[in-house]
Design a protein around this ligand. Structure first.
Ligand code: 13P
Ligand code: SF4
Length: 365
């Protein structure tokens, strides 16, 4: 019987090609014992091994119906946590590199959210007036906070439905951690921008006056995605000048003026489906992560479609990119070895309340 896990050192310097062979070999040995889920932003070198791919909502829905003992998650930490929360107790979730986090998710933490709760209680009665909504890009303890305070989780796909649900419960929303998704969704519902002020969790009363808090409909957490923040109105203007018949499609994590000047705005799944279903020879400027755009551009060439990345600089999600063939091969061989590594386990008390909000989200959407 093996008593120690295989160390990563033995894989660190392996060539990608060698890793590919080892991954395929390990998959043959493990068969139905494992299922590999992959987010659309994953690099082609690992994405090709995903049994099921999707955006955050689709991946969360898949988890509910998986039979395999091991769920290998090609994505970032919060996604693997969601898989752990929604899977059966006897299933094991593995994230090949534990440092694959989400810099936007890190812009909110429980201490700051609890402090915001106390600050808002100085002006209002939080629990009777505010629904906390956390974007799925957040740690499990923030989902648990929402579970304990009649709140809910949303993704980029279901944000309009979730916001609508929230306003049927209470008057106001505290939306964290992505201000851009919150603002765009609220704006599309007809909420005036001045009723959606930024809530800075590091300032007393979020940097707002009592009056501004009382008037607000949505308090937007001061957080954003560093990848989508790179997209600019000038990129759209440049594209439209060169391709007046072209279309612009963006992820709602992009800045407000980018969303406002895009023809279409939606989740990664929406972007992929829209362009795949579009007429041949159409032209697209895409405001989302580079790996997705590059893969789509290659796939669409056969139909004569031009798929162009929005920024002139490389905007890869560097944390997503930490999941590489070396880490995937390493984790699979450790499962064969009988000592799984990089297992994601959300503490039971957190998982209970986080599951409450995730189940509510799946029901509402
Ligand atoms: P999707 O749910 O649209 O895939 O978005 C997840 C994400 O992290 C986008 O940056
Ligand atoms: Fe997080 Fe942005 Fe990467 Fe999405 S693209 S996982 S929001 S850092």
């Amino acid at each position: 019987m093996n008593t120690a896990a295989i160390k990563f050192d033995a894989f660190e310097n392996l060539k990608n090609q060698d890793c590919q062979q080892r991954i395929l070999k390990a998959r043959k040995v493990l068969g139905d014992e494992i299922v590999i889920l992959g987010h659309h932003y994953q690099n082609e070198e690992v994405y090709r091994h995903a049994d099921l791919a999707g955006d955050s909502l689709k991946l969360a829905k898949y988890v509910e119906n998986l039979e395999a003992k091991y769920i290998i998650f090609l994505g970032v930490h919060f996604m693997a946590e969601v898989a752990n929360i929604l899977s059966r107790q006897d299933q094991i979730t593995v994230l090949p590199d534990l440092s694959a986090g989400c810099s936007m998710a890190d812009m909110a933490n429980l201490a700051k959210v609890e402090r915001s709760y106390r600050e808002l209680n100085k002006v209002l009665d939080f629990d009777s007036e505010i629904t906390p909504i956390t974007y799925i890009n957040s740690a499990a303890d923030l989902k648990a906070f929402c579970g304990e305070h009649e709140g809910i989780v949303c993704t980029s796909t279901n944000a309009p439905k979730i916001l609508d649900w929230a306003f049927n419960q209470k008057e106001k929303v505290l939306f964290f951690p992505d201000q851009n998704l919150g603002r765009w969704t609220g704006y599309k519902m007809g909420i005036p921008l001045d009723l959606m002020p930024i809530w800075d969790p590091d300032l007393p009363l979020g940097g707002l006056t009592e009056d501004e808090i009382k008037k607000a409909k949505v308090l937007l957490w001061k957080g954003h995605c560093a990848v989508h923040q790179m997209f600019r109105l000038e990129h759209i203007q440049h594209f439209k000048k060169n391709h007046p018949d072209g279309f612009v499609i963006s992820h709602p994590e992009s800045p407000f003026e980018v969303c406002l000047n895009s023809d279409l705005v939606g989740s990664t799944e929406f972007i992929l489906n829209t362009i795949k279903e579009a007429d041949p020879n159409t032209k697209w400027l895409v405001g989302t992560e580079l790996n997705l755009v590059n893969r789509l551009a290659n796939e669409m060439k056969a139909e004569g479609k031009l798929v162009q990345f929005m920024s002139h600089v490389v905007c890869e999600c560097s944390t997503m990119a930490r999941i590489d063939p070396q880490h995937l091969a390493w984790t699979l061989e450790n499962i064969i070895n009988g000592i799984p590594v990089n297992v994601i386990t959300v503490p039971k008390n957190e998982a209970k309340f986080a599951k409450l909000t995730l189940d509510k989200m799946l029901e509402v959407s």
